[in-house]
Design a protein around this ligand. Structure first.
Ligand code: PEP
Ligand code: MG
Length: 847
């Protein structure tokens, strides 16, 4: 019988059952059977049997019912391939009819019998006969009268008496569950959870264990760890005289499992049952190699396991669970590493508002994506991008976000929306990006026209005002409260150590400030892969000498201004070297066009005229003269270094003097100096000879020797194509994929937002190439650059430092191309470490 039929199979230790034919639940139950755990008799229906059911091909009901005896009482549960894809709800007590009711009245008492029958009538009426649930709303669920009323309501509405034959009942339940799975709504829901459109559904038909009856009877769920922390803690509830998941629904009346000061427990009520239950769940953990939640029923003191599911878990818990399973030698460390989705680490990695800080709360919404960030309010994605381009942190405030806001979201440090919930666009995307996000802040009035938000008490916040989004609590705060860096618990640290032991590509961070560097080091960066020095010149005390330098007509005046900047730069670099404690620090020489340092309005020009003691007209003229039609392709990067060489001279000197200072105090430092926007070898020769000369000067002035490495940032297509000759001049090449993408596509990185979503929607680009490395085009240049560079100079160190460096798919590409390391923003360093470890492991498994 069932044993021979692969589509309607009694679950035994040897039955042919697999997740991809009968679903995860059926497979799990078979595993429990193999462990000799007390699982009620169960028959599994395959995906193809259920698919047939939906189109009216009924299995042989007599055969299906045969294993369950004369008076079968059954429940049916869904069994999709991945339990997360869901399925129709379970139906309990199939087989109840008037005759069994009479028997149960004698055996269990009228009240218990009525409760069991009524539950079935109601769920059959609503889920199978599709009657209106309101019909049963006022029915007393605990009395025989309630049962009569429900049967009558069924008869009146369905215009038939309640079916009495278990085979008829079961056939109808199976058919309705099969049809529900094939419906459009269910299909869309599971596709949203990642299921393929044609995902199959299995069903399991299981002998009922009554949690209702004489002796200690009831039902509940148990798991051995806490779902949010992953810490060992027996969690769950038990409810006497109940079925299914009632214990969770009626939480207040339910018992704790383990003895608990807060109230009565199963441990005190039925110690043996509790001990068995604990032992069974521990055995499941050991043998199924996973933290499981068990659904159980106790019938007259004896425990039965009805179902087991992988426990739901936060990212933090997922890490602890995997690490603890490995430490208990249940799984290998490598498997623990493979079990964590690298991007899920984002949840653990974010800054939080210091609990001790004063919170000036404006409103509370849905805490949609964890972490906290402070920035100035902007009301559109283009403003967010403009703000990011100015290096100013901003919070994107929208009524709700849409796909075209994606670039704005990338540019913002946090997002706040008026509408939406946990699965709205802003929430889903925010979580994916690790961007703090509060949605559904409907307490606030959003006036987008006037560019204002108003809080309930009448306080208003306008564009440019500073607010803090706490995506962990859902609070919107005024101002900038103190923050705590992301918490690293020991399980997370352990996972990172294991990652480092297996990965074979380095991970550095892009860090410009001491705070960035400290975060990078905390997150285990092996060095700084890109320090963008321009940010150092925007502070008030530096901007004036910087502007004096820009305004100087003669080299000697320029040098005088730069001399004022030198000690500040030296201090910047010394601090970075100190924080990184001997780890490599790659400093990029000044990159942006000089006019970026000049004032952009009349008032600013007037201030500058005062500071420089020049007529306003002179200042305005110079500012205008420095303007370019296309500054991103103009006088910037190495072009500055070649034409205004004193700037790079000053920076090189500051780097060398800081090297000597930091090496005196701590671990020896070998600085790396990177030249931006190179497109010709001669540029490198010119800059290199000056830097070598500065090094020689510093060595002879101080009597101290030091080493340094020179490299080129490959961010123009020509640099990639001419990498062979460029490589002969330097010891490393680092691919700046932001500019390289911009120049390969001929697509402004600041303006692409206008049409990017249309382009992606129409399939012109598969993804936004500024977010996902275009492996076909830009990637081709990376490969050419790497191959030509290495051919000319076999020891050449290769890396990537564009935004793509932290993205697991780009890391795979760079690893395949033989790069030594990737460099990404500090918060993405752990994600990159884990992603890199997984790549190395996957290669070992399937080289
Ligand atoms: C790049 O162009 O990839 C890069 C890292 O530099 P920036 O983003 O500063 O232009
Ligand atoms: Mg660049």
């Amino acid at each position: 019988m069932q044993k021979d039929d692969p589509h309607t199979t009694l679950i035994t230790a040897t039955a042919p059952i697999a997740p991809n034919t009968h679903g995860g639940r059926a497979k799990c139950l078979q595993r429990l059977v193999r462990l000799d755990l007390p699982v009620p008799r169960t028959v599994a229906l395959s995906f193809s049997a259920v698919h047939g059911l939906a189109s009216g091909q009924m299995p042989d009901m007599a055969k299906l019912l045969a294993p369950f005896g004369e008076q079968p009482l059954l429940c049916v549960r869904p069994s999709s391939e991945d339990p997360d894809w869901g399925g129709p709800g379970a139906v309990l007590n199939i087989g109840m009819n008037d005759a069994i009711y009479v028997d149960f009245c004698d055996a269990l008492g009228q009240e218990a019998a009525a409760q069991i029958y009524l539950r079935f009538v109601q769920s059959y009426a609503i889920h199978v006969a599709r009657l209106d649930p309101d019909l049963f709303e006022d029915i007393d669920s605990d009395s025989p009268d309630g049962l009569s009323a429900a049967l009558k309501a069924y008869e009146d509405e369905a215009e038939e008496s309640f079916p009495q034959d278990p085979a008829v009942q079961l056939a109808a339940v199976l058919r309705s569950m099969a049809r529900a799975w094939e419906g459009t709504t269910a299909r869309l829901l599971r596709q949203a959870k990642g299921a393929p459109a044609d995902a199959g559904l299995g069903l399991v038909v299981q002998q009922m264990v009554f949690g209702i009856g004489s002796g200690e009877s009831g039902s509940g769920v148990i798991q051995l760890v806490d779902s949010s922390s992953g810490e060992p803690q027996i969690t769950g509830r038990y409810l006497s005289q109940s079925q299914g998941r009632d214990a969770l629904v009626k939480g207040a009346e339910a018992l704790f499992l383990e003895a608990d000061a807060r109230g009565p427990s199963l441990e005190e009520l039925a110690p043996q049952a509790f001990a068995d239950l604990k032992a069974y769940t521990a055995l499941m953990r050991r043998k199924l190699r996973e933290e499981m939640q068990a659904e159980f029923a106790i019938e007259n003191g004896k425990v039965h396991l009805l179902d087991g599911v992988r426990i739901a878990r936060s990212a933090r818990a997922a890490v602890r669970i995997a690490v603890d399973l490995a430490k208990d030698k249940i799984i290998a460390k490598e498997e623990a590493l493979l079990r964590i989705e690298p991007r899920a680490l984002n949840e653990l990695l974010h800054r939080q508002v210091d609990p001790a800080a004063m919170r000036d709360r404006i409103a509370t919404g849905v805490a949609a994506s964890p972490g906290a960030a402070t920035g100035r309010i902007v009301f559109s994605s283009s403003e967010a991008q403009a703000s990011a381009a100015r290096g100013e942190a901003c919070v994107l405030v929208r009524r709700e976000t849409a796909p075209e806001d994606i670039r704005g979201m990338h540019a913002a440090v946090a997002v706040l929306t008026e509408r939406g919930g946990m699965t709205s666009h802003a929430a889903v995307i925010g979580r994916g990006m690790g961007l703090p996000c509060v949605v559904g802040a409907s307490e606030l009035t959003f006036n987008l026209q006037a560019r204002l938000i108003s809080a309930p008490g009448g306080r208003t916040f306008k564009e440019g005002d500073v607010i803090t989004i706490d995506g962990t609590s859902g609070d919107v705060l005024a101002g900038e409260p103190a923050m705590l860096e992301a918490a690293h618990d020991d399980a997370f640290q352990e996972l990172m150590v294991w990652s480092d032991a297996v990965r074979d590509i380095g991970v550095r961070a892009n860090a410009d400030t001491p705070t960035d560097a400290a975060t990078a080091r905390n997150f285990g960066a092996e060095g700084i892969g890109l320090c963008r020095t321009e940010h150092m010149f925007f502070e008030a005390d530096r901007l004036t000498p910087m502007r004096e330098m820009i305004f100087a007509d003669k080299a000697q005046d320029r040098r005088a201004a730069l001399e004022r900047l030198l000690p500040m730069q030296r201090e910047d670099f010394t601090e970075l070297f100190r924080i990184m404690q001997g780890k490599p620090v790659c400093i990029r020489l000044l990159d942006p066009p000089l006019h970026e340092f000049l004032p952009h309005d009349k008032a600013g020009c007037r201030e500058l005229a005062e500071a420089l003691d020049l007529p306003l007209s002179d200042v305005t003229r110079r500012v205008e003269a420095l303007g370019e039609y296309n500054p991103m392709l103009g006088m910037r990067g190495v072009r500055l270094g070649v034409t205004v060489p004193e700037i790079y001279d000053m920076q090189a000197r500051a780097i060398f003097e800081a090297t000597i200072a930091a090496s005196r105090e701590g671990a020896p430092v070998v600085p790396e100096i990177m030249i931006p926007l190179v497109s010709a070898m001669r540029e490198v020769e010119l800059v290199k000879s000056r830097i070598d000369a500065v090094a020689a000067e510093v060595r002879s002035e101080t009597g101290q020797d030091f080493e340094y490495r020179l490299g080129v940032m490959v961010e123009t297509p020509r640099a990639a194509l001419r990498a062979d000759e460029i490589a002969t001049q330097v010891s490393f090449l680092s691919f700046g994929t932001n500019d390289l993408t911009q120049m390969t596509y001929g697509l402004s990185r600041d303006d692409a937002g206008r049409f990017m979503s249309a382009y992606v929607q129409l399939g012109v680009y598969p993804e936004d190439p500024f977010h996902t490395l275009d492996t076909d085009g830009v990637g081709e240049l990376l490969k050419i650059g790497a191959e030509r560079g290495r051919a000319a100079s076999p020891d050449l160190v290769l890396s990537i430092c564009g935004e793509h460096g932290g993205n697991p798919e780009s890391i795979a590409f760079c690893r395949n191309a033989g790069f030594s390391y990737v460099s990404c923003s500090p918060f993405r360093v752990p994600v990159a470490r884990l992603a890199a470890a997984q790549l190395a492991l996957q290669d070992k498994i399937a080289p």
